[in-house]
Design a binder for this molecule. Structure first.
Ligand code: A2P
Length: 266
């Protein structure tokens, strides 16, 4: 009877999906997966508006879809904000619960928004890794690029686990592992705990440690491409570094050397 009540309350023109699994990583981060409507199409790297009924009102927030376009389910990686209008409720979801999703996905972190290149850098902090979780599991990424470097900076090591699990999943996946081969590299750093890779990726790029650790040359606008997803300050700092190296920002209607997702919040 509960589900029917919910269906009656749910706003028209919105998907109502069922949670299939929830994984809590830390007291600030969790992942959930839910059913995918058969008619819902998106490009890996895009985001959707995800919501819950809070009282009698739907509350939505932009969420990057963390699963690749071929996956039969949808995955999301979320922060938990104690008094967040949506996440304070979303963090309590359990398998079987219903989640709302608006019908149209959108976003700039798509392969089509980049001009062809050889190496793709994905820069993320915190839950900003979500769109890249989608893209690193999409075979098209490896058709377009010879090398993919996923960077993830978090406060502490526990917050990196989602990223390490993703890479393990690819390695253990029958067909993906074959497609990805040794093209994917994962560079994870923390800022508030001791760890061999310590510091913001931005600082490590500026002081050269990032390139030295990976054995890569400095950024080259002729072959290097970038995608950026993180806090507002991180977007700005990373954009400055890429622009100083001669890369220009692109968009869906004007592909260029790097793209930024500005819809992302925390
Ligand atoms: P820091 O600990 O130095 O603030 P948050 O959890 O607050 O969203 O932060 C996620 C990670 O992003 C943290 O490791 C944080 O480092 C880092 N960070 C914050 N601002 C920037 C920035 N401007 N450039 C790069 N990384 C940043």
């Amino acid at each position: 009877a509960k589900t029917e009540d919910f269906a009656i309350q749910a706003p028209a023109g919105v998907f109502v999906e069922t949670v299939t699994s929830v994984t809590h990583y830390t007291d600030r981060l969790f992942r959930f997966r839910m059913t995918r409507p058969a008619e819902f199409r998106f490009r890996s790297g895009e985001f959707a508006m995800i919501g819950l009924m809070v009282g009698d009102k739907p509350v939505y927030r932009a969420y990057s879809i963390a699963s690749p376009a071929w996956d039969e389910e949808l995955e999301f990686f979320s922060i938990k904000v104690p008094d967040g209008p949506l996440t304070s409720h979303l963090q309590a979801i359990k398998p079987g619960d219903k989640v709302l999703m608006r019908k149209k996905p959108t976003g700039t972190l798509v392969l089509d928004a980049l001009v062809p290149g050889r190496r793709l850098y994905m820069f993320s902090t915190g839950t900003g890794i979500a769109p890249f979780a989608s893209l690193i599991r999409d075979p098209e990424t490896y058709e377009k690029f010879e090398e993919v470097i996923l960077t993830h900076t978090c406060r502490d090591v526990a917050e990196l686990k989602y990223g390490f699990d993703l890479v393990d999943e690819i390695r253990n996946h029958e067909f993906l592992n074959e497609i990805v081969g040794d093209k994917l590299r994962h560079y994870a750093t923390v800022t508030r705990e001791d760890y061999p890779f310590k510091g913001r990726v931005t600082d490590l790029m500026v002081n050269g440690k990032f390139f030295a650790d990976l054995g890569l040359p400095p950024l080259d606008p002729a072959i290097d491409r970038g995608m950026i997803c993180g806090s507002t300050a991180m977007l700005k700092d990373t954009k400055e570094i890429l622009e100083a190296a001669g890369l220009t920002e692109g968009a869906n209607n004007k592909p260029a050397e790097f793209v930024i997702e500005r819809a992302f919040v925390g």
